[in-house]
Write a protein that binds this ligand. Structure first.
Ligand SMILES: *[C@@H]1O[C@H](CO)[C@@H](O)[C@H](O)[C@H]1NC(C)=O
Ligand SMILES: [Zn+2]
Length: 383
């Protein structure tokens, strides 16, 4: 009888570990209790109570979706070998999903100093899959993707810090609880159209967020220590908000480089001449390779940023680093550049690999020994 009880108990405890953690409802934020570096209330206040002119203006350029032999050409052309005015390498962040991603190229991006972040294993449709996603679903999409990315691209697991959910579809508490359980640091899925001028600075989810919820469900539980990097909307030419640049509706003609450059600057100035909340340039590569005028305008904008004394093109993770320990721009420029552990890639081409979720077979370019089957949900390493 005792053994039976013991086994039952062990099974129950085993289940509890895999299950969704407790989620206390978040309380109104208390600035006295919630202090940097670990905690920050959702607010448009500049961290460290700095004046705008003493605040570094960060630019976070991000690209979503798979990395492949086509889009890497754009990345090499417009991003590599850029330097900020403090003589540190300029960075950008890639939110990468698994399917059709060339992991050798992810390794290249990482070793060029760019940040690799997560965008799910399946990136599946319909969008309602994400709306309804449970803790368990999100663990398989993101918790497992962290291991998968580190394994196939051969990059350190702790270099992978951020997530963006497909279609910017929030999943309530679930994604944030998975982040807390798997050591992921920040989310960059959550758009704001109410806090654009002044802009909402990154904050933690220890306490209740005051951010507008554009794509519900948004989290209401307290998830200590997990950061939100709000996607502060741009405004298109008619004043309508857009979270991704390629989703803006009323934009200048795509061939008109000059008008696009002005369009970008107008949005940038809302931040730079305002409370200097990080300026997000969120886009998919196809948009700039399809429209050379837009690409030239972006390059001009990045050249401009790289020439300013108080603006810095950095990874999203570097923004969180600064928010945790805010220093005035004159101190920031004296700091050592962010270092990273470089890795090598033992290049392997694998396939055809049978898959469990479709009839198709796949080829993979990776930095490791080949998986047995095509990696997918529930089997992220393809064992
Ligand atoms: C998030 O957690 C809070 C607190 O437990 C709960 O009240 C709320 O319903 C949860 N939200 C979702 C979408 O599950
Ligand atoms: Zn996507």
């Amino acid at each position: 009888m005792k053994t039976v009880t013991f086994i039952l108990l062990s099974v129950l405890i085993g289940l509890a570990v895999a299950e969704e953690p407790e989620a206390p409802l978040a309380e109104e934020c208390n600035k006295e209790l919630c202090k940097l570096p670990k905690c920050r209330c959702s607010s448009t206040d500049i961290p460290g109570e700095l004046a705008p002119r003493d605040t570094p203006q960060f630019i976070t350029l991000t690209f979503d979706d798979g990395v492949n032999i086509r889009n890497i050409e754009t990345y090499r052309e417009i991003l590599y070998q850029r330097t900020n005015k403090n003589n540190c390498p300029a960075s950008a962040t890639f939110f990468v999903n698994h399917e059709y991603t060339d992991y050798q190229l992810v390794n290249e991006l990482y070793n060029q100093g760019f940040e690799i972040a997560l965008h799910s294993i399946s990136h599946q449709t319909p969008q309602s899959y994400w709306t309804e996603a449970t803790y368990e679903n999100m663990m398989k999409e993101f918790g497992d993707q962290k291991r998968q990315m580190s394994h196939f691209a051969n990059i350190p697991s702790d270099a992978i810090q951020g997530i963006r959910i497909p279609f910017l579809q929030m999943t309530g508490n679930a994604s944030f609880q998975v982040m807390a359980a798997t050591g992921l640091r920040y989310d960059s899925t959550w758009p704001t159209t109410s806090f654009t001028d002044p802009g909402l600075w990154p904050y933690t989810l220890d306490y209740a967020s005051t951010q507008d919820c554009i794509v519900p469900p948004c989290p209401t539980a307290s998830v200590p220590g997990v950061w939100v990097l709000p996607m502060i909307s741009w405004r298109d030419l008619n004043g309508f908000p857009c979270s991704m640049v390629d989703a803006c509706v009323f934009v200048p003609p795509h061939h008109d480089e000059e008008a696009w450059f002005k369009f970008i600057l107008t949005n940038f100035e809302r931040h730079y001449l305002g409370n200097r909340a990080p300026f997000g340039f969120y886009i998919h590569e196809w948009y700039i390779s399809a429209y050379p005028g837009v690409k030239r305008a972006l390059v001009r904008f990045l050249d401009l940023v790289n020439s300013l004394n108080d603006a810095f093109m950095v990874s999203a993770g570097e923004v969180i680093d600064w928010v945790e320990n805010p220093v005035p721009v004159n101190e920031y420029v004296k700091k050592e550049c962010k270092s990273f552990v470089s890795t090598s890639c033992r290049r392997t081409s694998c396939g055809p690999l049978t898959s469990t979720h479709t009839e198709m077979s796949y080829w993979m370019q990776i930095c490791n020994i080949c998986p047995r089957v095509y990696p997918w949900l529930e089997n992220p390493l393809g064992e």
